[in-house]
Design a protein around this ligand. Structure first.
Ligand code: DOR
Length: 441
């Protein structure tokens, strides 16, 4: 057999555990895993000293196109992704216009295809007015499912009441993703924001707002017998609740919530640490780590939500919520691995197998024969300080500026194409829509 690409001498991290082995690629697919040292190939990567992970999937990013391109666009967002070792992204619908019709979704797929440097899918946003079209929308090629903002954040998407959320659940079939912060509680608490004081952010958008919303969602999901994905869980009490509902609810946590705590983060970086749901006190972070350890958490996503430094310099609460993250997610999480917070296998479970399993992603997320040849090569010993000047996002900053990372992506490979090697973007514009079981044609 002549391979297009062989990655040899690396340490494979996959369903079989961690061990040495080579990978052979033909036609963008995994054609062999094992000892291929005597085989030939058009291209060979010597991965001695490197770990080979299945391609990293970031199932929550905001790339801002169309309409907010001064913050990010599909191309710059994807470049940031592959520099950070990410091979596939699921992008959010709070653009302008919002992604809430079949035309909007097809337009995003059209803009992204052959332009983004990683593979992609787009969430469609529920508006409360498009409920009747959601079943068709979620089957569109390149659709990651439906996203519902039950609490207002950046942009206009909001469905705050139980009747409307229930109707959405009744109309759809796929697992939908939810931003859970109770809008009624947020409205009452808005006045508690102290001007120019971001340490009040987690007091305004408090634990009760998150918990109450997640409770309401679980009740509705059970009533309508539907699967739900609860995005960016940030509180101990939601974890306590959700452990009783794993039959229908899956859970995402973010590197920011695992790495920062209030009030320190706001004292240190001010509004640059402002995001929704907020970074909270240490005991919440401890509960998120416990939920990583005990298996409750299904995926880690970055919630890459770039805003410019100028926008972030506005006084709280007029400053926008969100931080860039797609490029830093893997080095930050590898550092937590190096520090013994989780195993490398659990990290691959959260960043590769998890998204594949809960979203029914086709041919991604596993290092298995016939699957797409998506790989992220990492040097788990490499030490580097994350700095703003490394950030490829248009926003050009990171809340992790100054973070001492242990573990760094060296190559990003998408369907057998090396798109990033040693910190340089090599392959541009190869991006294709992801396929899901529920929109296979
Ligand atoms: O902090 C956030 N920023 N949370 C969200 O839910 C939206 C995001 C954004 O788009 O800026």
């Amino acid at each position: 057999m002549i391979f297009d690409l062989i990655i040899k001498n690396g340490t494979l991290v996959n369903h079989a555990g961690i061990g040495s082995g080579d990978i052979g690629v033909i036609g963008g697919k995994i054609a062999a895993v094992g000892d291929l040292l005597t085989q030939s190939a058009a291209q060979i990567i010597d991965a001695k000293g490197l770990h080979i992970l299945p391609g990293i999937i970031d199932s929550q990013v905001h790339f801002r196109e169309p309409g907010l391109e001064w913050k990010e666009d599909l191309e710059t967002g994807a470049n940031a992704a592959v520099l950070g070792g990410v091979t596939s992204v699921f992008e959010m619908p709070n653009t302008n216009p919002t992604t809430s019709t079949i035309d909007d979704l097809q337009e995003k797929v059209r803009r992204a295809t052959g332009r983004m440097s990683c593979d992609f899918a787009f969430y469609a946003g529920a508006t409360g007015e498009n409920t009747g079209q959601l079943a068709e929308l979620e089957r569109e090629i390149g659709c990651a499912g439906i996203k519902v903002f039950m609490g207002a954040s950046t942009g206009k998407l909001l469905v705050k009441d139980d009747v409307s959320v229930g109707q959405i659940l009744q109309n759809i079939n796929r697992r939908a993703a939810f931003h859970c912060e109770d809008e009624y509680i947020l409205e009452q608490r808005r006045e508690l924001a102290r001007f120019d004081d971001p340490t009040s952010h987690h007091e305004v958008r408090n634990e009760e707002a998150a918990l109450n919303c997640t409770k309401r969602l679980i009740r509705l999901a059970r009533e309508h017998k539907k699967r739900v994905h609860v995005l960016h869980i940030s509180t101990a009490s939601e974890m306590h609740l959700l452990k009783e509902h794993k039959d229908l609810a899956t859970i995402e946590v973010l590197p920011n919530h695992l790495s920062f705590a209030a009030p320190d983060i706001y004292e240190k970086i001010g509004t640059l640490g402002q995001q929704n749901p907020p970074i909270r006190e240490q005991y919440h972070q401890d509960a998120l780590w416990a939920a990583i350890a005990n298996g409750l958490v299904d995926v880690i996503g970055s919630d890459h939500a770039p805003h410019t430094l100028e926008e972030k310099a506005k006084p709280y609460p007029t400053s926008p919520s969100g931080t860039p993250g797609v490029q830093t997610m893997l080095p930050v999480m590898l550092t937590h691995v190096a520090n013994g917070r989780l195993s490398l296998l659990r990290l691959v479970d959260l960043l590769c197998h998890g998204p594949q399993r809960i979203f029914g992603l086709v041919n991604k997320g596993r290092m298995a024969l016939g699957y797409d040849a998506d790989f992220t090569l990492v040097d788990i010993k490499q030490k580097r300080i994350i700095q703003n000047d490394w950030i490829a996002s248009k926003s050009q900053w990171t809340p992790f500026h100054g973070f001492e990372a242990i573990g760094w992506p060296t190559h990003t490979i998408v369907r057998g194409n090396i798109v990033m090697g040693n910190g340089e973007i090599i392959g541009r514009g190869l991006g294709q829509p992801l396929e899901f079981l529920e929109n296979l044609k």
